[in-house]
Design a protein around this ligand. Structure first.
Ligand code: AMP
Length: 286
């Protein structure tokens, strides 16, 4: 496995893989790799010849006061698990290379970036799309693999790829969960004591909503108010948002239709967790 820090060094490695002969996939991450990330690596290995994992805690997607400084960083362990899981190269750029003195260009997917998580994190997705576009330009993968865990992110990235005519296929993989349903996340490390158990409330709400829909309840309002009440009953939890939206434009739906996205963001103590589920899902993930 090759570990590459410099942008020009990576471009050189990429040029040696040639155009077309070797199918290259990119799994962009912020590190602190867990089974969720590794599920993307496994998928990447199945569908490509050379798997690149990028590890970059991207300052542009954090607002002042968010957890950029305390975000878990465990590079040594990340390199070990990457190697063990058959990653071919790891790209770990420095902040000073990604955002050198004088950097002024950002790419933003308008509208979609202001919804759901974009309301409480107004510049977050502009940071995400900027760094993803930079990584796509540097790595030039045939495929880029994302998790449905960050459903809004994958919808926004797909939109960017389409709008900017990028030659990359976006693949979205299912959410990997703990045995009790909590979606794996690097931020789960922040949960203290009883917060860990409270955090299962997100999954419980998603399952409850799916059950309601299976029973024939298709109105969004009673589903969302049921979720709100359930979260209000948890002393350690505070709802940021619960919404049922169209997966194309993230517009709120009043009636659940096929492949509607139920998206949640909940503070558990000081830790903001997100989770989601497709309601009436048919073949969304690819
Ligand atoms: P992050 O390091 O949190 O930026 O995540 C990197 C990629 O891993 C993103 O595409 C995430 O959606 C994906 N990911 C994170 N957690 C999970 C999970 N529990 N299951 C599947 N994919 C995940």
């Amino acid at each position: 496995m090759q570990v590459v820090r410099g942008i020009s060094e990576f471009k050189w490695l990429r040029s040696r893989l040639g155009e077309g002969q070797t199918k290259v996939s990119l799994v962009p991450t912020m590190g602190a790799l867990h089974e969720g990330h590794l599920s993307l690596v496994r998928r990447a290995r199945q569908i490509s010849d050379h798997v690149v994992v990028s590890i970059f805690v991207n300052p542009a997607q954090f607002a002042p006061g968010e957890d950029f400084e305390k975000y878990p960083r465990m590079l040594e362990q990340d390199l070990l698990v990457s190697e063990k899981n058959g990653v071919n190269s790891v790209f770990i750029p420095e902040i000073s290379q990604m955002y050198p003195e004088g950097f002024r260009t950002f790419v933003a997917v308008e509208g979609l970036s202001q919804k759901l998580c974009g309301i409480s994190r107004p510049n977050h997705f502009r940071g995400v799309t900027t760094v993803v576009l930079k990584l796509l330009n540097i790595v030039r993968p045939d495929l880029a693999i994302f998790g449905q865990k960050d459903a809004q992110q994958s919808i926004i990235v797909r939109r960017m790829v389409k709008d900017l005519n990028l030659d990359v296929e976006i693949v979205v993989c299912p959410i990997v969960r703990e045995a009790d349903g909590l979606a794996l996340s690097s931020r789960n490390k922040y949960l203290k004591g009883a917060e860990r158990e409270t955090a299962t409330v997100l999954f419980q709400c998603l399952e409850w909503a799916k059950q309601k829909v299976a029973e024939g309840e298709l109105r969004a309002e009673p589903i969302l108010s049921g979720i709100t009440k359930r979260i209000e009953n948890e002393p350690l939890a505070r709802l940021d948002y619960a919404e049922i939206v169209d997966t194309n434009d993230l517009a709120p739906l009043t009636i659940v239709k096929e492949n509607s996205l139920l998206a949640l963001a909940v503070f558990i103590g000081d830790t903001r967790l997100i989770d989601n589920s497709l309601l009436r899902s048919i073949d969304f993930e690819s």
